[in-house]
Design a protein. Structure first.
Length: 173
């Protein structure tokens, strides 16, 4: 794909619908070989919109959006690490999603680098994330961005009526 020209900015509550649309579409494509098709088909833009609007209104996370061609085509959410054994300078990339037509354009890297810079400016000394085991595309992206798998970090939970496993990746900025 050709490189994408995009603007990255801080999200506002007004972006909640567009963020939800990116979120659902990205899940439906990225996880189609990892999660049940009926589960992915039932993902609700309206429910995700409410979740993101609430999160933005309450300032629960930092959110950046990428706009291309006058529309939101990606987003990154981050904040303090949610893992129980972390300290105040431990941060987490909670989500980084793009519409499938913007994968492999360099836009994900731009979102990541701006997110990383924002976390570092807030005092982050470690950044982690969780990724579905088997999500080879995302794992390649995160490893290329300097993340390393934390050994023995795997956790299993149910999603879409089936057990799935996540693994933690981390880096020092």
């Amino acid at each position: 794909m050709q490189p994408t020209t995009a603007a990255i900015r801080t999200a506002s509550v007004e972006d909640a619908r567009a963020i939800a649309e990116v979120h659902v579409l990205s899940w439906q494509h990225a996880y189609r070989d990892l999660l049940p098709a009926d589960f992915l088909a039932r993902l609700s833009v309206a429910k995700r919109e409410a979740m993101w609007a609430d999160s933005l209104a309450a300032n629960r996370s930092e959110l950046l959006v990428a706009e291309a061609g006058g529309r939101v085509v990606g987003f990154a959410a981050f904040g303090h690490c949610r893992d129980a054994t972390t300290g105040p300078s431990d941060y987490e990339l909670w989500a980084l999603y793009l519409t499938p037509d913007h994968w492999s354009t360099g836009l994900g890297r731009c979102l990541w680098l701006q997110s990383k810079a924002a976390m570092a400016s807030q005092g982050a000394t470690a950044i982690s994330l969780w990724v579905l085991a088997g999500n080879a595309r995302a794992i390649r992206f995160y490893e290329a961005a300097g993340f390393q798998c934390d050994t023995d970090s795997a956790k299993t939970f149910e999603l879409g009526g089936m057990p799935v496993q996540e693994v933690r990746y981390s880096q020092r900025p």
